[in-house]
Design a protein around this ligand. Structure first.
Ligand SMILES: [Mn+2]
Length: 392
């Protein structure tokens, strides 16, 4: 009984306090409500998906510049289109930019079949102070002034230290950047639409995934993972399953299997016919070519030969010998091997990555112009084999 009486006393005291200090009580109530509101907002903010955060961040800008890496491949191009689609129908306009060239047949087919019109940049000045979004790479490269670029957002699947000032999503275990964008669209609940076969970059309908974009993202995943056989995660399969509902398989077929230039087949056949194999290494000289792209493609072909794990193919155009190397042998860093081969030839260049490398040698310098004594084609071939077996 005394307890109840005491409780009654407290309530009375509280009521008396409130009637004497109405402003203070109102203030406390407002503060509590504000705190609750902030808590709810924070909870919502923290539970937002990366796709939602990127979408909201991008729409704060009037103009964004989506930058692909030099010589963009289908994964980079599809990813740039995905950013454009994220801001479609909003007040944000996007320009899709690339340095270098779109040259390899599968990259050209991608661009032609989907009727894409990207903007080429020569230097950093062509970016023009817009907010930069990097896709499929995390540090701008390949054009004068690239080191000045400070992206606001970076979406990538390559390892590296690059980051965006406002948004960074690097998933280096994923097989393709397109996989990340497929997950954004999935989280944002964009609908698939079957508008047209090509992509109108300037007039994409909002909050949809046009059929051509779903197809492009699918091919981005396929081409970066050798059709889901290499370097991929379950997320890449999940993204492909998601995109399957919105893509067009005829369109995919046209992108994935472009008609091949007759000279490319011819050069490949010469590379095979002229090959010299000293297992597990191979070398081939395809002679004069008019399309230098055929040389790396011939190297790709020769690398698939059973028993061959590293290969160098050379060919010549307009007085310059072009070198393309491929390796799937952990003992051969093909970029460094080519660098070593051309090391003391004046005006020659060579280098690249562990699995892919290339170079150029002016033929007149090979013949001994300038300070060197010259390198014969036979010497050159021997040096290539020495470099691949680590003896140079
Ligand atoms: Mn990629």
């Amino acid at each position: 009984m005394t307890r109840v009486a005491a409780g009654g006393l407290q309530v009375d005291a509280a009521a008396a306090f409130a009637s004497e200090n109405p402003l203070l009580v109102a203030g406390v109530v407002v503060a509590l409500l504000a705190l609750l509101g902030a808590g709810v907002w924070l909870r919502r903010y923290l539970s937002r998906t990366p796709g939602e955060r990127l979408h909201r961040m991008l729409t704060d800008y009037d103009r964004i510049a989506v930058l692909m890496h030099p010589n963009p491949d289908p994964d980079a191009m599809a990813s740039a289109l995905a950013v454009n689609q994220l801001v479609a129908g909003t007040d944000t306009s996007a320009s899709l930019l690339y340095p270098g060239e779109i040259r390899r047949p599968e990259n050209r087919a991608f661009q032609t079949v989907l009727d894409l019109d990207f903007d080429h940049i020569e230097t950093v000045n062509d970016i023009n102070g817009e907010a930069v979004v990097l896709v499929d790479h995390n540090t701008a490269r390949g054009f004068p002034g690239a080191e000045e670029v400070e992206p606001v957002a970076v979406i990538d699947h390559h390892p590296g230290n690059g980051s965006g000032t406002e948004f960074t999503d690097i998933r280096s275990d994923y097989g393709a950047c397109a996989t990340i964008f497929a997950s954004y669209f999935n989280q944002l609940e964009f609908e698939f639409s079957d508008t047209g076969e090509s992509i109108d970059i300037d007039a994409a309908p909002a909050e949809t995934i046009p059929c051509a974009l779903a197809t492009g993202l699918m091919y981005g995943i396929q081409s970066d993972t050798r059709s889901l056989t290499n370097g991929c995660e379950s997320e890449d399969f999940a993204a492909a399953a998601f995109l399957y509902d919105g893509m067009d398989s005829d369109l995919l077929n046209r992108i994935a299997n472009p008609q091949v230039d007759a000279e490319v087949l011819d050069v490949k056949s010469r590379a095979i016919g002229e090959r010299e194999v000293r297992a597990p290494y191979a070398f081939s000289d395809v002679g004069e070519v008019s399309n230098t792209d055929a040389i790396p493609q011939a190297a790709d072909e020769l690398e698939t030969l059973e028993g061959v794990s590293a290969v160098v193919v050379v060919g010549e155009k307009k007085g310059t010998m072009r070198i393309a190397g491929r390796s799937r042998d952990d003992r051969v860093h093909i970029g460094r091997a080519i660098e070593a081969v051309v090391d003391d030839i004046p005006m020659a260049e060579g280098g690249g990555h562990a699995r892919m490398g290339g170079g150029k040698v002016p033929v007149e310098h090979m013949a001994g112009l300038g300070p060197s004594n010259g390198v014969s084609r036979e010497d050159f071939r021997e040096r290539v084999f020495d470099a691949m077996s680590g003896e140079l």
